[in-house]
Design a protein around this ligand. Sequence first.
Ligand SMILES: C[S@@+](CC[C@H](N)C(=O)[O-])C[C@H]1O[C@@H](n2cnc3c(N)ncnc32)[C@H](O)[C@@H]1O
Length: 216
Amino acid sequence: MVSKERAEGYFESLFTDLPAELSALESAALAEEVPIIRKESQNVLRFFLEMKEPSRVLEVGTAVGFSALFMRYFAPGAKIDTIEKVEMRLVRARENLKSEIDAGNIRLLEGDADDILKELAVKEEGAYDLIFMDAAKAQYMNFLPSVMKCLKKGGLLISDNILHDGDILESRYAVERRDRTIHARMREYLYEITHREDLYTMLLTEGDGMSVSVKK
Ligand SMILES: C[S@@+](CC[C@H](N)C(=O)[O-])C[C@H]1O[C@@H](n2cnc3c(N)ncnc32)[C@H](O)[C@@H]1O
């Protein structure tokens, strides 16, 4: 039986280094314990960015802007809209993304994703080639109807942290009471995206688990 940790450790040794600007931002975010995408998830995301060459990307969950900059770097033709609601994170995101925002390449949408997604579902229906879902895990299910409206036919929906550090694989009674809502909502989300007729989804164990869905 292959050990996932050993394989991941070896694979990580093969990944090429990030460019200096991204590497510095990654280190700063990790030093401040900001939960940014892990190396293995970066690899998956980069693969689909390179393959898809999206023109428009929507990210739910900016944090301090690491993944938004990462996506700009590996999809240089993309305009990125990214949503964040926590002021402390927004302060850093505004700084880190300033040159890309000023250049009109990234739009930082400030506020609750639930409200912003509902607006985008009307104003930007079918506009996005790729949507990266990386916000509060219990809310993915709430966001899904608006996200589906925003996504173009043939577009990709990539969701991060679907395993929630392995909790999702456990029985609900084995997870801490405070995590049971996330457990139930994430399982509901995974069932929904694997059973909807308008999506085809693959589930990956990379990082903290990711799903990649294509809108049919
Ligand atoms: C895992 S972090 C995002 C990391 C980022 N994508 C990266 O890899 O650099 C999740 C972020 O989503 C934000 N968030 C969670 N729920 C949200 C909501 N309902 N609306 C807007 N932002 C939200 C959190 O404040 C947090 O900064």
